[in-house]
Each structure stands twice: as C-alpha cells, then as structure tokens.
Design a protein. Structure first.
Length: 212
C-alpha cells in the first residue's frame, strides 16, 4: 500500500494536472459540444478505460520500455493524433446530423462505439503515458512493500480522479450545447466547433516536442 502522505501528495499533483485543460479535457469538451452530455460522458468513460492498460503496463515495467524508445513513443503519439484528427473531420463532415439529432430525426450513435472511440484516445494519449512513466513512480515508497502494487494503486487513483473531473467538463459543455442547440444552425456550428477542436488537438500532439 502507498503511504498516506505519498498518496495525498499524488492526489494533489494529479488534480492539478487533470483540471488544467489538456488533451483529455479538450477531447471531452469537443465530444460534448458535438454529441451532447451523454455522448460526452460516454467518451469520458471510454477515455478513462483506455488509461487502465497504461496503468497495468507501467506497473508491470512495460512503461519503462516505452519511455526508453523514442521510436515507439513517437508511433503512439502520431497514431493518437491521427485518430483525433479523423474524429474531428467526421464531426465536421456530419455536422448536419447535429441539428437532426436535436430534433430527434436520426438515431444516436451506439454507446459501444462512443466508448471504443474514447478508449482509443485514452490509450494513445502521449501526455498520460509520459505522466505515468515519469511522474507516477516518484510517489512510490520503495520501503513500503510491492512496487508494482503501489504503482497500480496510484494509477487507479489517477483514473478515478480523471473520471470525476472530466465528467464535470462533459456536463458543462453538454449543457452549453443544449442551450445553443435551440437553433438547428447553432447545433451545426457547435458540432463543427467540436470537430475543429479535435483536429487542432491532434495537430498539437503530433507537433509537440519529444518525451524528454
């Protein structure tokens, strides 16, 4: 078990990181603007589920391999950026569906699809990978027992905190969407805005510096 002092310090560090708008927050806001509260919340859940394999990988030592391989880290980063850009382009191409959905004229997306899309973004987020590899181990007490167990515990705590904080963003953005969506044209513009945000986020991740 992680000592209480280390755990609380980690919670504070995690909350500070999570509440500052970054890839996950911008992804959630973009999805909520395009799909509404439920779409945003499902994207949040999928995004956080995508972090769990990263937690397991770091706890088992695989994270160190990724950290030491510039090529592997870059591949993951580019893959995540391209997928975000793809989702953004799709949101813009089908922006007319937003006004139709508000009016109840089209079927909503499958919850499983939304979860899967969020999962891909979560597992390929280079910022999360870097945090788990470089920051998380600093809060492990090497004299307090199993290192992998402590790392897994810290990882799960981070995921739970991210779930709560990102859900707040999703609800806030979804509520704003519902207010603007009273006009079909505004709904289209909001969907397009969400798409542009995701494309921009993908570009930022692709062009960001190395992991070092």
């Amino acid at each position: 078990m992680v000592p209480a002092s280390n755990l609380w310090a980690f919670v504070i560090a995690s909350v500070v990181l999570i509440v500052i708008p970054g890839p996950s927050v911008l992804f959630v806001i973009g999805r909520s603007l395009a799909l509404g509260r439920m779409g945003g919340l499902l994207s949040v859940v999928g995004n956080e589920l995508g972090m769990l394999p990263l937690v397991a990988a770091v706890a088992l030592g695989v994270g160190a391999i990724v950290a030491q391989s510039v090529a592997l880290f870059t591949i993951i980063k580019i893959a995540g950026a391209l997928y975000l850009a793809y989702l953004g382009i799709q949101a813009i191409r089908h922006r007319a569906d937003a006004s139709a959905a508000v009016a109840g004229k089209v079927a909503r997306r499958s919850p499983w699809r939304l979860l899967a899309e969020g999962f891909v973004v979560g597992i390929s987020n280079p910022k999360t990978i870097a945090f788990f590899v470089a920051v998380l181990p600093q809060f492990v007490d090497f004299h307090a027992g199993s290192i992998p167990l402590q790392m897994a515990e810290l990882g799960v705590v981070f995921v739970v905190l991210a779930l709560v904080c990102d859900s707040v963003w999703a609800l806030a953005a979804g509520s704003a969407r519902d207010w603007f969506a009273k006009s079909p044209k505004r709904a289209e513009h909001l969907a397009a805005t969400g798409g542009v945000m995701m494309i921009g986020l993908g570009g930022v991740l692709a062009l960001s510096g190395s992991k070092h």
